[in-house]
Design a binder for this molecule. Structure first.
Ligand code: F6P
Length: 545
């Protein structure tokens, strides 16, 4: 039986039907042409400061295209999309996910005093479980099995606040590749190991397969009650119970929590076990503060809206195909995949709410790596490639270590890279540089061409005073709301993910054909290459040792 909608659950009322707004491509809205013209007239120069304080963070979009006139045009676009009503729908649990008739009420999960009794109950259950485990010094090892939104956020939080070592050892297993579960279990003492199965749907093949291997590992250890070592976090407790879980070991979330927005739910159990429940509470507080900012700040001072405007201009007007995320903090390594899923699984859509083609570039490819590693990996491309990409630089003003020189160098590199992307280096500057190095004139005139930087490459800078649960929570909520605003402007659904289903269905079919072995008739319904490899791989069907 699917989880019942909580009594005080999201409102079941459908959003005001904005089909007219939702079905008008953004580039057909009256204000669009002036918005485009204003954006194209500008070149970012970072001399006109545009710095916004929001929920303890500081957003500097001076190096993006911005102006009062752009904000006025943006306000007209937002009004044409009935943005205020849609934002209210989002924050009050309206059915903003139209193709699945669901709310996307992740903001309710972090409300300081949740009005929704089920949220309060599950939050208390998680805290009690962790408190008991801590009091008994139980579960030295946690094996967190989950993927996508049931994985990235937990990995991010555990590294961000556990990078100097944890009392509990946490292993993350997400991939169906058997090496992942093998590595996840290797060397652990089953007697002191807790397996956490995180799956909103409780149907994800990777998670269930890996979960089965983990349960078998517990059983093989001869434990008196292996199921005591397994908990699940899911919106389908019925399926988890059928699978073998004890009901008191099943923590609930609900179908109105999107997978990539589920960090704030009981999915955060592993974070609480690994670092502590105060970290989870602190992240909730920071995210709630950003929710309040997003709900109230006027357009020109609204950080998510301003980031969304930059994203729309860079993607749909300037035609940048991607967005680079550059966290200048190694503790935020997992921020990149977290934002990849948040942004690309939400905005990688090309039809409007009414099913018409969007006919304008929408969600960019999101990629990146922490700086300064990124400078030694792909910043050459960012500086001198034919296209380049806008960059979101993220940095903490204060470090949580004692090596002052390291942190000054980190800050300097972040600012320098941003400045180099924006200012570039002219041919004349490059030529003078070569001549000053004593390079002969003829060679210098040639080499200077190779040393020229086009510049004019936009970026945002997000400054956290320091990395705390509060500031990380605020940062993640900032991006969640940026994604929402862009989805409203583009007229697309940010909360479904039909694109991930097709490949899964094909994989189910090919898996069956692979298991049939080489004696089976040739697989049908595939292109020649896929058929060739199914036949080839069928020979791999040795039983696992
Ligand atoms: O990638 C598809 C997806 O459904 C994500 O949206 C989700 O976070 C992930 O798979 C895992 O889903 P579940 O939590 O249901 O196992």
């Amino acid at each position: 039986m699917p989880a019942q909608q909580p009594p005080s659950g999201p409102s079941s009322k459908a959003p005001p039907d904005h089909t007219p707004a939702g079905s008008t491509p953004i580039n057909k809205l009256p204000a669009w042409q002036s918005f485009v013209r204003l954006a194209q007239q500008q070149t970012p120069n970072a001399n006109s400061l545009n710095i916004i304080d929001a929920a303890g963070l500081t957003l500097d979009i001076s190096a993006q295209r911005h102006s009062a006139a752009l904000n006025d045009a943006l306000d007209q676009l937002l009004a044409a999309r009935h943005f205020n009503a849609q934002r209210e729908q989002l924050l009050e649990g309206g059915q903003v996910n139209r193709t699945e008739n669901r709310a996307a009420w992740h903001t309710a999960l972090r409300a300081p005093a949740p009005t929704n009794q089920d949220i309060a109950r599950e939050r208390a259950r998680v805290n009690n479980f962790v408190r008991l485990a801590d009091s008994e010094r139980r579960w030295r090892n946690i094996v967190h099995i989950g993927i996508g939104g049931s994985d990235w956020g937990v990995r991010l939080a555990v590294r961000a606040f556990g990078y100097t070592g944890l009392w509990r050892q946490v292993r993350f297993v997400s991939n169906i590749d058997g090496h992942a579960i093998a590595g996840g279990l290797a060397g652990l003492d089953p007697r002191d190991t807790l397996v956490v199965l995180a799956s909103k749907s409780f149907t994800t093949a990777e998670t269930l397969q890996n979960g089965q291997q983990a349960v078998q590992w517990l059983k093989n250890a001869g434990l008196p009650d292996p199921w005591k070592h397994v908990v699940a976090i899911t919106a389908r407790p019925d399926r988890a119970q059928e699978w073998g879980l004890n009901p008191e070991h099943i923590f609930h979330l609900w179908d109105w929590v999107g997978g990539r927005f589920s960090l704030w739910s009981a999915i955060g159990l592993t974070t609480a076990l690994a670092v502590n429940s105060d970290v989870v509470a602190g992240m909730h507080s920071g995210a709630a503060a950003m929710d309040a900012h997003f709900a109230a700040a006027p357009t020109h001072a609204n950080a998510p809206i301003q980031m969304a405007m930059a994203g729309i201009i860079n993607r749909s007007i300037l035609d940048y195909g991607s967005l680079n995320i550059a966290p200048y903090d190694f503790r935020l390594t997992e921020l990149v995949p977290y934002l990849q899923q948040l942004d690309m699984e939400s905005l990688g859509k090309s039809v409007l709410h009414d099913g018409q083609a969007v006919n304008i570039p929408t969600g960019p490819a999101v990629w990146g790596m922490p700086g300064t590693d990124a400078q030694h990996t792909f910043f050459q491309w960012l500086h001198q490639s034919s296209d380049g990409a806008p960059v979101d630089f993220i940095v903490c003003q204060h470090a949580d270590h004692g090596w002052h020189k390291n942190h000054q160098s980190l800050l300097a590199n972040c600012l320098a890279q941003r400045e180099a992307l924006l200012q570039g280096k002219s041919y004349e500057q490059a030529l003078k540089e070569c001549l000053d190095e004593g390079i002969p004139k003829q060679q210098a005139t040639w080499l200077a061409r190779h040393r020229t930087h086009p510049g004019g490459r936009p970026s945002s800078l997000i400054v956290l005073p320091r990395l705390s649960p509060f500031t990380l929570g605020a940062l993640l909520a900032l991006y969640e709301h940026k994604v929402f605003v862009q989805s409203v402007l583009w007229g697309i659904n940010a909360f479904d993910q039909w694109g991930v289903e097709y490949g899964k269905r094909l994989a189910d079919n090919i898996s069956i054909q692979l298991q049939q072995g080489q004696a089976a008739p040739a697989p049908s319904g595939h292109d020649a290459s896929t058929t060739h490899w199914i036949n080839t791989f069928r020979g791999n069907g040795q039983p696992a040792n």
